[in-house]
Design a protein around this ligand. Structure first.
Ligand SMILES: [Mn+2]
Length: 376
């Protein structure tokens, strides 16, 4: 049978020009076409269906429509796990009831996840929703001492699956996790903060295929372990050059194929003079970061360019005298700065002036208040 591995839809993600709903709808249409064309029988979504744990009404409606189309109209089995962006409880609401319709949702972590059997039992799909170490120690308090990291937890859970799994089946695991040395994109916000919870690919030994979610760049970790990546270009930088799509798997041969899917809107960083940029008719439908080399990036220029390029998200102008060329920062630089440094750089970049001493004091007061609230 054929199945599709997808992940990180991030329904409800906001963007300066609104949200990505029309792009996500376009992706779903491509997905449905592929399912019909290839006679796909199951769709596996490895987490982050939603962008937020408190998803908005539009995002819920979109997910509702997608799930209904997949299970009812196209008749596929839809298996999904919660990612770190999803609310495990909300996502898995009515999950027992939904199983009758061919939808299998795994929200919070289970001691012994039961597989979803497909193709008359020839294929078993084990759902391993996103978790951190604490979730595993809560399930196995007697082994708390041995479970020191997220990786220890993942290994324990996979060991338990391995004990009962039938090697005659094609055993597939769905996991929302950060594998050591996976390559990140700028839209991997949460993953960047989660270096500590990275796990080794070796915990998945013995599975025939590991369908990963969490990291937005499609990539092969080992021949049978891969990230399909998110279906839309959610950030600038390296993600601009990535191909987006899904992975098609034939469980008879275990052959995998990355199927690139066309995007409604591409995402581009374009540098040029004002005259060069305004003549670019080809950029009207894309998400843009424009770098104008011969003008300052003021509100007026921004408004003018936005009229021409409705999906303009970022604008950079030439830097003012005395400032170093190019005011953007690398990630390492950001990590070496404290909050006040970052705020000063932000002000300099957006408004072309450094904050006054009074503004800095005000900022520190506000920051202290937030920290106070956080610790309460
Ligand atoms: Mn994600």
């Amino acid at each position: 049978m054929k199945l599709i591995h997808t992940s990180d839809w991030h329904f409800g993600m906001p963007v300066a020009t609104g949200n990505y709903e029309e792009c996500q709808r376009y992706f779903l249409e491509q997905l449905y076409d592929l399912i019909r064309r290839e006679r796909v029988e199951a769709v596996l979504c490895a987490g982050d269906v939603y962008d937020s744990t408190i998803s908005n009404a539009e995002a819920i409606r979109l997910f509702d429509e997608a799930a209904t189309t997949l299970c009812t109209e196209l008749g596929v089995t839809f298996i999904l796990i919660a990612g770190n962006h999803d609310s495990a409880a909300r996502l898995s609401s009515c999950s027992k009831l939904l199983e009758a319709s061919g939808m299998f949702v795994s929200g919070s972590l289970k001691k012994d996840p039961q597989p979803v059997l497909l193709d008359d039992g020839k294929v078993a799909v084990y759902p391993l929703p996103f978790f951190q170490r604490d979730a595993v120690t809560a399930l196995f308090p007697e082994q708390k001492e041995q479970i020191r990291t997220t990786e220890d937890g993942a290994k324990l859970l996979c060991d338990r699956i391995r004990q009962t799994m039938d090697p005659k089946r094609r055993n597939i695991i769905l996991s929302h996790s950060y594998i050591v040395n996976a390559e990140l994109s700028d839209s991997d916000r949460a993953a960047k903060l989660g270096y500590a919870s990275a796990i080794s690919k070796d915990v998945f030994e013995g599975f025939d295929y590991v369908a990963l979610g969490h990291i937005h760049k499609p990539q092969i970790i080992a021949p049978h372990i891969r990230y399909c990546g998110c279906p839309i270009k959610y950030s600038f930088g390296s993600e601009e050059l990535q191909e987006k799509g899904v992975v098609l798997i034939d469980t008879d041969t275990m052959e995998q194929q990355f199927i690139p899917l066309p995007l409604l809107r591409d995402r581009k960083t374009v540098t040029g003079t004002y005259e060069e940029l305004i003549r670019r008719e080809d950029l009207k439908n894309d998400y843009l970061r424009l770098e104008v080399t011969d003008r300052y990036a003021g509100l007026e220029l921004h408004a003018e360019l936005l009229e021409r390029f409705p999906y303009l998200l970022e604008l950079k102008g030439k830097s003012i005298a005395g400032q170093s060329e190019g005011s953007s920062l690398t990630e390492e630089e950001v990590r070496s700065l404290d909050e006040t440094d970052i705020m000063c750089k932000f002000m300099a970049e957006c408004f072309d002036y450094a904050p006054t001493e009074e503004q800095i004091q005000e900022f520190r007061r506000a920051l202290a208040e937030c920290e106070q609230e956080d610790s309460e």
